[in-house]
Design a protein around this ligand. Structure first.
Ligand code: PLP
Length: 392
């Protein structure tokens, strides 16, 4: 059965060019970048080139970019580096963060830090003022993601950076601002320097690279949590996964253009999302989450749409559509199995029953109008056909 894949926020289908790059580097440049001989030198040159090319597209200097194994590791490195500091102080986290920020924050709380979770407004967007109000004299770190992985809500990161800079000036001490950019890269312009953050995380597989490579932007080096051979500024020691790193650099070049090509891709996604919304509007009982995706679409990523058909459980709809060849999801793929996927929608005031019915449809650079039309027709049939027994 052929698949119509609409779960790009979980992972992107492999881009054949990045897979080729992976295989080419794995077979041809197998030296360890730390080795002194010619095979090591060849690997080191590829590593430096991948870093320089990625940095240029992220608005960073090469020495500000380190390669990790995934977005989760990038987020953990930043948050858990606080464990090397004194165990007092406060950490401010938005309530809609991905588990890879939320869970290390909970660990920090267990280790003695004061952790405050600031909920989003009903439109899925965190108020910069509310976030800054949670900052106190002991605050060490604030984390706010750029694009929410469940609703696509674009967060006011540069506004928070500006307010935080003012707070820092008044308090006379630095406060680290971390931004999870995993769902932003390739979907909207991301310029780390211009964004005003101290650190940002990224993930290659969301852009069509094979698994195994994330990136971490660090304005200034952090105290290292891991110890080892000193690779990646000592922050992520371990022999570099060069094939995945080179494939990720290529994926960033192909899909994260800050210029005209990137703008065209975003316009095309915005057109597909409009079509999706238009078709779903004619299905009874639909509820967009949040409702504002219809009235202020520019505040949401064109690549993600969250909708519910209450009282139908989202999970039932996902399984039914999967049986018919369509891949979508309920909340974040990382948390569905843990049954924790209602946390993010609850943190923006969505009531439990509606959150329980939510599904996430996410598109990417190969999604076509025909895919959307076929999916919406099947979705309408699925919603209409579900027997009463399957409804709660
Ligand atoms: N942050 C966000 C917002 C995500 O959506 C994801 C993955 O779904 C991650 C972090 C984790 O990235 P990775 O799968 O590379 O660990």
């Amino acid at each position: 059965m052929s698949i119509i894949y609409l779960d790009w926020a979980a992972t992107a289908p492999p881009d054949p060019e990045t897979i080729e790059e992976y295989a080419r580097v794995a077979a041809g440049t197998y030296g360890n970048p730390s080795s002194e001989h010619m095979a090591g030198r060849a690997a080191r040159e590829l590593l430096q080139s991948a870093r320089a090319r990625s940095a240029r597209l992220l608005g960073a200097r090469p020495e500000q970019v380190i390669f990790t194994s995934c977005g989760t590791e990038s987020n953990n490195i930043v948050l858990l580096s606080l464990l090397l500091r004194k165990r007092t102080g406060s950490v401010i986290i938005s309530g809609i963060e991905h588990p890879s920020v939320y869970e290390p924050a909970r660990l920090l709380a267990e280790m003695g830090f004061t952790v405050r979770f600031v909920p989003a407004e009903r439109n899925g967007i965190v108020s910069p003022e509310r976030l800054i109000q949670a900052v106190d004299d002991a605050t060490l770190l604030v984390a706010l993601m750029y694009v929410n992985n469940e609703t696509g809500a674009i967060q006011p990161v540069s506004e928070v950076a500006a307010l935080l800079a003012e707070t820092e000036r008044r308090g006379g001490r630095p406060i680290h601002l971390h931004c999870d950019c995993v769902q932003a890269l390739g979907k909207m312009p991301v310029d780390c320097g211009a964004l005003g953050v101290d650190s940002a995380s990224f993930s290659g597989h969301k852009l069509g690279a094979p698994r195994g490579c994330g990136l971490l932007y660090l304005k200034r080096p952090l105290a290292p949590l891991y110890r080892g051979g000193g690779q990646e500024l000592d922050l992520r020691p371990g022999t570099e996964n060069l094939p995945a790193i080179c494939a990720t650099a290529l994926a960033i070049e192909r899909h994260a253009s800050l210029g005209a090509a990137g703008a065209r891709a975003r316009d095309s996604a915005a057109g597909l999302k409009r079509l999706l919304i238009e078709r779903i509007r004619s299905i009874e009982e639909h509820r967009f989450i949040p409702e504002e995706v219809e009235s202020v679409p520019d505040r949401y990523s064109p690549f993600i749409l969250n909708v519910a058909f209450p009282p139908m459980p989202g999970e039932v709809l996902v399984r039914l559509l999967s049986d018919r060849g369509y891949a979508i999801s309920t909340g974040s793929a990382c948390s569905t199995r843990k049954q924790k996927h209602l946390r993010v929608l609850s943190a923006m005031g969505v009531d439990h029953d509606l959150a329980f019915s939510a599904i996430r449809i996410s598109i990417g650079y190969t999604t076509s109008r025909a895919d959307i039309e076929a999916f919406c027709a099947e979705l309408a049939r699925a919603v209409a056909s579900l027997p009463a027994a399957a409804r709660r």
